[in-house]
Design a protein around this ligand. Sequence first.
Ligand code: CS2
Length: 498
Amino acid sequence: MTIIADHPRPERAGILHLGLGSFHRAHQAVYTATALQSAGGDWGIVGVASRSRTVVDAMHAQDLLYSVATISPDSISLSVPGVHTDAFVGAEQPERVVAQIADPGIRIVTLTVTENGYSYSAATQHLDLDDATVRADLGGGAPRSTIGQLARGLQARAAAGAAPLSVLSCDNLSANGAHTEKLVREFLQALPHGEGTDTLAYLDQSVAFPSSMVDRIVPATTPELRDRVSALIGSRDEIPVPAEPFTMWAIEDRFAGGRPAWEAGGAVFTSEVGRYEQMKVRLLNGTHSLIAYLGALRGVGTIPEAIGLGDIAQAALSVLRGEYEPSIEVPSGVDIREYETQLFERWGNSALGHRTSQVGTDGSVKLRQRIPEPALQALGRGEMPHLIALTVAGYLSCIAPLPGFDPGVHATAMTDAARERLAALAATARDGRALAARVITELQLFGDGLAAQDGFVERVGELIDTIRRQGVAAAIADAVAASDTITSSFTSAEEMQP
Ligand code: CS2
């Protein structure tokens, strides 16, 4: 038996996707399958994995098909969104990435390359020109960075007839379209001898960078899921993707060369993408980070176990209502109370087994998207964001523990590009205050705004010390009690639980 797609595969590709990970396969691919079924079109997807062969090899062995397992505590349902027409590894064939972007049949390039994949320097707030890969890409070799690949592909496309194209970022970054465009333009501007000038003119005329907000919790797959799905479909699937039932996609409807009818799958085309992004990146992702770090420090391996602990649920509710919610403008038509109730249900989905270590990974780039703006707004109102401070204290306690403090196995399993640098700072820090000052003020890990907020730095330091000396439960109790929020008048955390 072979795996059978839900619908006939499109004959031709119209989309090149960079970042062939689980999230893309359980999100955009599913919306695209529904769009094709409802409205047709040449919108097959060529998937590019950045470095790893695992998914690419398995997809080729499975006729480019795989299952999406939608999992809730009481059910599992499977679908096979057969929308990929090819898949390859970008690091092995960088010239092919460039050629595909230049191919006029491709009308959209989509991206899920993570917050880390944009070669952005938070220190300069520009393309990271000190990065060795970016420098090599500017020097003219086959491009290896995502921004280099996009820019070189657009350059080739401009030279080959300049067919219109849209570049759609699907990463958890605010204003992800504008952000991507800025970095691509900076790359082109940095090319020697005005080499990027024609391409910049082509961008002005024919390339759109719409923003989008994506949402679906997609944990890493497991050997158990492979066996379970394979048994259910009667054929071996090495790369099933587990995902929660909830899914959301809000997109700015600004495409230069057409687009699939993604609304058929439930995507929302809206001029309020910025509001959707803020709501999601702060309320869902910001609170997710808090749950992950506190959970790992409490010794639990999954998000549902963490949110099942009463004090973490209370901390989550306080940060949501008291610190994130005041910083956003709710998109029209969204019922924020219902959205929040759903968040607690989604985090509590015990069948998904979403790891605290997965959510806690790469905090150095993720937190920069999630915390500075709401923290600065609270500080501007004269309120200390105690729970955001606790998120940072939890993060540093996990990734850069002070000498003698053992954060436990789940914290140790988190990976982070800044881990070594932060651990070196922690190794010689006298106490939490000293560590917080080094990381937030001197290194400016969360940007220059928070670096200047001595009171916030002090509070993070205090909470690191409380975690080390009295344990994480004491720090949670301290932050929740000190929180300026009027949590007692909110629905209790227990009522918010499913
Ligand atoms: C999570 C996200 O790993 C993380 O940081 O917060 O991956 C989250 O699960 C997704 O953004 C949900 O859409």
